[in-house]
Design a protein around this ligand. Structure first.
Ligand code: CTP
Length: 413
């Protein structure tokens, strides 16, 4: 296995060479400080699945802050230390940071609470984790580079495509693990092991229902960032988890499921925000009252809350817009968040919504406020009236060039 892991860790398509260099720095530094040092969690899982790894969490049997300080001294960057937990984040440069953690054990004072931690061994650190597939570590200091630690048989579960909890209280201690289990199940096409599935029960839902909105929303954010997010939402519903934090959380409309991962085409000129897109599609067919209460319960940001409400209003009003001219569409859409318009276009394919996003919203008059001043018109609300009227004329094809625009202005004055 050791050879295999080394081969995977040296494969630049799984671990880019800059990250390999970074690992070497950490490995050398911890070896010189006689600190057993490990990469843990998702890194090991994804590497063994031969999937590209994103970032790595480093766990040391020793003082992670001291290791961080030594790394900064030697290689630069900045360190943010959390003395209470003996952890640090090494900001290597603008786009690269590494979590440095002192190996610890965890005690949950009560179900659903954030755990109390104390320094411990790598073995305890592994055993405090959520699933066997996340409970593996690779040792990297000195001659140990590439040694796999797998006391809970995570490797076998990877082969068997199984999400297995480490103890019967896992979902009670931390019910956000219900979301995590579903994420791995759907992301990798795994099965949640039958006993674990039984543990996703009323008892764990009750604890889930008491978690803060922010913690739950964070889990939804992670889901909507995934490729299979719609399947994950369906699965949460199927297992009864959605009811845990709202008595009537909506089911997802199946016909939208393919839209969750659609990339926004460049011509729309709006940034690709997959997470927001996910929330909007999920809530699109819900009554406004329900959306208001979900947005409060899950502590939505003002932007998200505005966008969700806007798309609902727009969807309800859309049938009445049928005979609108471009200028009337534009007047209605000008203040609506672009993502709300885009989502409604995705599900309705209403041509005017696309026209607005790609063309109408960019239409400007040639004549400006300065021109009106130059013509001796006293500044006031009249300016807005005139310029709005001119823009409408451009939008509706009433004027097609500067000359016609000027002629219309003359008529308006
Ligand atoms: N972890 C855990 N229980 C949680 C959250 C995290 O045991 N509720 C542990 C797992 O060992 C996990 C590690 O902390 O592997 C890092 O967590 P995170 O970064 O959230 O997950 P990744 O494993 O990186 O997985 P993902 O690809 O989903 O981000």
């Amino acid at each position: 296995m050791q050879k295999d892991l080394l081969r995977l860790m040296r494969n630049p398509s799984l671990l880019p060479s800059e990250k390999q260099d970074l690992l070497t720095h950490i490995a050398n530094q911890s070896a010189s400080m006689n600190m057993p040092c490990y990469i843990v969690g998702g890194f090991v899982r994804d590497l063994l699945l031969e999937k590209p790894v994103k970032d790595f969490d480093i766990v040391v049997e020793g003082d992670a802050i001291k290791l961080g300080e030594a790394l900064v001294k030697k290689h630069g960057g900045k360190l943010t230390a959390h003395h209470k937990f003996s952890t640090a984040i090494w900001f290597v440069h603008e786009n690269e940071f590494v979590d440095l953690i002192t190996a610890r054990s965890e005690v949950y004072e009560h179900a659903g609470a954030l755990p109390t931690v104390k320094p411990s061994t790598i073995d305890d650190d592994i055993r405090r984790r959520d699933f066997s597939i996340n409970a593996m570590a690779v040792r990297i200091d000195g001659d140990h580079f590439g040694e796999l630690l797998d006391p809970l048989n995570g490797q076998n579960d990877l082969k068997e495509k199984t999400v297995r909890v480490l103890h019967p209280h896992s979902f009670i201690d931390d019910p956000t693990r219900i979301f995590r289990a579903i994420r791995y199940e759907q992301r990798y096409g795994f099965k949640i092991e039958p006993n674990a599935l039984k543990m996703i029960s009323q008892e764990s839902f009750e604890i889930l229902s008491k978690l803060s909105g922010e913690r739950i929303r964070h889990e939804f954010d992670l889901i909507f960032a995934e490729v299979n997010s719609s399947k994950m939402i369906f699965r949460l519903g199927e297992l009864g988890a959605l009811g845990a934090f709202h008595h009537q959380l909506p089911e997802l409309n199946e016909k939208y499921s393919e839209l969750f991962n659609s990339k926004t085409p460049d011509e729309f000129g709006i940034s690709n925000n997959q997470v927001m897109l996910g929330y909007l599609l999920w809530l699109l067919d819900s009554p406004m009252e329900m959306v208001r209460s979900i947005s409060n319960r899950l502590d939505f940001s003002a932007d998200l809350s505005d966008a969700v409400r806007a798309v609902l209003h727009l969807k309800n009003e859309l049938p009445t817009f049928a005979d609108f001219r471009p200028s009337t569409w534009t007047a209605r859409l000008d203040k609506v968040p672009l993502i709300s318009i885009y989502v409604l276009w995705l599900v309705t394919k209403e041509a005017a919504l696309k026209e607005f996003l790609t063309k109408w919203r960019h239409v400007k008059t040639n004549i400006t406020g300065d021109d009106l001043i130059a013509r001796g018109i006293a500044p006031g609300p009249r300016y807005k009236e005139i310029l709005t009227r001119l823009r409408a004329a451009w939008l509706d094809g009433e004027v097609k060039n500067q000359m016609e625009e000027k002629e219309l202005l003359m008529l308006l004055l």
